[in-house]
Design a protein around this ligand. Structure first.
Ligand code: AP5
Length: 218
């Protein structure tokens, strides 16, 4: 079972991918988290990626495609996975199709998260992420039990640099130009399922369970 989660920044892809991956007991691949880990570790990839991420632009395809290829080759992905944050461009979508074909794997569905830009700005400016384990909170919708501290590991919560309003607007523009065209691609392939991502986390999850019900059938 292979699912791609596609949608604008802040549409809730990461939150929902984590919930569904736990329910289906499959791996969750999050390109943004993998890139932030490279930056944190100060690797060559991380050093190259940082300036693009801070500015809200896409990191060069050759980096993200190679990272994805490696991650999908790991053992835990052989029975299926949910990937969010990849592909984000036509070149990445083509590469993804080649990688899956090489491994004799097939993409089941692409879940497209619908949400207006203003809602995204509200969500992201109140998002806080744990510096230590990456768990995501929202000051109003999903607050931590102790302000500023992660419920799971006690780590410090911070506002991502790219969650400042100016950068959020750039990310949205980049999304419209480079990622949104993939909606048509997957529609033509008959793989696209659409989701209203404006409800509460629980409401969106219930809708997600409906559109991915095929994956829950034993
Ligand atoms: P990445 O981290 O993937 O950013 P993104 O796609 O912009 O997505 P976000 O993580 O911002 O949002 P999300 O949709 O996962 O929402 P979340 O669940 O957190 O990528 C960051 C950067 O890395 C990119 O800009 C780029 O530079 C680079 N990059 C990554 N992949 C790349 C690629 N393939 N190619 C090139 N570059 C790449 O939710 C957001 C907030 O809202 C949270 O606070 C959450 O608690 C809250 N929330 C979630 N759902 C709801 C709800 N239903 N109601 C109310 N609040 C909610």
């Amino acid at each position: 079972m292979i699912l791609v989660f596609l949608g604008p920044p802040g549409s809730g892809k990461g939150t929902q991918a984590k919930l569904l991956a736990e329910k289906l007991r499959v791996s969750h691949i999050a390109l943004g988290d993998m890139l932030r880990e490279e930056v944190r570790a100060g690797t060559v990839v991380g050093k190259r990626a940082k300036e693009f991420m801070d500015a809200g632009h896409l990191v060069p395809d050759e980096l993200t495609i190679e990272m994805t290829r490696k991650r999908i080759s790991e053992k835990d992905c052989q029975t299926g996975f949910i990937i969010d944050g990849f592909p984000r461009s036509t070149a990445q979508a083509e590469a993804f199709e080649r990688i899956l074909a090489e491994k004799d794997l097939g993409l089941d569905k692409v879940v497209y998260f619908h949400i207006p830009e203003e809602e995204v700005v509200k969500r992201l400016s109140e998002r806080r992420s744990c510096k230590n384990c990456g768990t995501v909170y929202h000051l109003t919708n999903r607050p931590p039990k102790v302000p500023g501290k992660c419920d799971l590991c006690g780590g410090e919560l911070y506002l991502r640099h790219d969650d400042e309003e100016k950068v959020i607007r750039t990310r949205f523009e980049v999304y419209e130009k480079q990622t949104r065209p993939l909606v048509e691609r997957y529609k033509k392939q008959g793989k696209l399922v659409e989701l209203d991502a404006t409800g509460s986390i629980d409401e969106v999850f219930q809708e997600l369970l409906k559109v991915t019900a095929f994956a829950l059938v034993p």
